[in-house]
Write a protein that binds this ligand. Structure first.
Ligand SMILES: NC(=O)c1ccc[n+]([C@@H]2O[C@H](COP(=O)([O-])OP(=O)(O)OC[C@H]3O[C@@H](n4cnc5c(N)ncnc54)[C@H](OP(=O)(O)O)[C@@H]3O)[C@@H](O)[C@H]2O)c1
Length: 313
């Protein structure tokens, strides 16, 4: 595994970590997948209160040497709410402190000063080690940093992939210059990357991947981390996927190959950018709904599992 420095800190995180959104309904499978990934070096595990899986993730990382990141939902950005949400996440994860606590999306209804005051308090109380943000554009990122008195933002988690790169390209230079690590989420476009719709992209990536004895997915991840200052966090429930993702490091695309992938151009999913702007505006509203949906989904998975166990008995 290769590592990237986290912000301006002395900590490093693996260039390939693990996302966990939509993991959790299959409890044992989730624990197995996360532990398998940790064993392969992907020891940065990302979750969020919104994913409704912190308990299972907590079980998976118990007694493991990991860097754990979670997120507070925009509907909890008032000072007391941030403090309460953090305590709740710590309880569910079963840890005394999280390594990285991130604001999930900006929320213009609460002043960033108030939210950041709470985040700084949490560092001072030893409940979180580092402060990160997610889905913050340049203006929001600067405002969040300016709102802090003594600590610094170490990371911005944003959607960044071969398919969706507008946000990432725009922020890359600024973050690199200012010592803010980019955490690239949905590096496979939430699975869309493996769709037939992106046939053209695949023809090029397949061609490159064959030269390295790798897969197109591994090339897509390697292209991301080739930019430097990035940790990508693919989500994989299948063990063969977990293993494949870990194999995206330890080798390098040539500068020409990187250029070829760069020139594939802007996403074929312009809707992603528009959706991003829309979800940001409405974040406080839908984050509550999303949390309820996730809880329901996880619960129905548990029920399905119980049914299967009963059928087997
Ligand atoms: N901050 C935010 O607002 C935000 C938003 C979205 C996501 N995230 C974070 O980013 C993480 C990753 O993004 P994501 O969950 O949207 O999706 P993603 O990582 O882009 O894609 C996940 C999908 O790709 C499949 N997959 C993974 N590795 C594969 C491989 N090597 N070959 C073939 N298929 C593979 C997975 O299948 P299997 O599961 O079946 O293996 C799953 O269907 C999330 O889990 C979450 O932690 C953050």
């Amino acid at each position: 595994m290769e590592y990237v420095r986290l912000g301006k800190t002395d900590d490093t995180i693996p260039v390939i970590g693990m996302g966990t959104w939509k993991l959790g309904a299959d409890k044992e499978g989730t624990i197995e997948a996360i532990r398998y990934g940790i064993g392969l070096g992907m020891s940065f595990v990302d979750t969020a209160e919104m994913y409704a899986n912190e308990e299972i993730v907590g079980k998976a990382i118990q007694n493991e040497d990991v860097f754990i990141g979670t997120k507070v939902s925009p509907s909890h950005f008032r000072e007391n709410e941030v403090l309460r949400a953090c305590d709740a996440s710590l309880g569910r994860l079963g840890v005394k402190a999280v390594d990285l606590y991130q604001l999930h999306w900006p929320n213009s209804r609460v002043t960033i000063k108030e939210t950041m005051r709470a985040m700084e308090k949490l560092v001072d109380q030893g409940k979180i080690r580092h402060i990160g943000v997610s889905n913050f554009n340049l203006k929001e990122l600067r405002a969040a940093q300016d709102a802090m008195k003594k600590h610094e933002i170490v990371s911005n988690q944003i959607e960044y992939s071969v398919l969706v790169r507008d946000f990432g390209d725009a922020l890359s230079d600024y973050c690199k210059k200012n010592g803010i690590t980019i955490i690239a989420y949905s590096p496979f476009g939430s699975g869309a990357f493996f769709d037939e719709r992106y046939g053209n992209v695949h023809v090029i990536l397949d061609d490159i991947s064959k030269k390295h004895g790798k897969t197109a997915g591994q090339v897509a991840l390697n292209w991301l981390i080739s930019k430097g200052n990035i940790s990508a966090i693919p989500k994989a429930g299948r063990l063969d996927h977990v293993e494949e993702n870990a194999g995206a490091t330890g080798w390098k695309l040539s500068p020409d190959e990187i250029k070829t992938i760069d020139s594939l151009g802007q996403s074929k999913t312009p809707i992603a950018g528009r959706l991003n702007a829309f979800t940001k505006r409405t974040a406080p509203f839908w984050s509550g709904i999303m949390t309820r949906i996730e809880h329901k989904r996880i619960k129905s998975g548990e029920e399905e599992k119980d049914e299967n166990i009963m059928k087997r008995q």
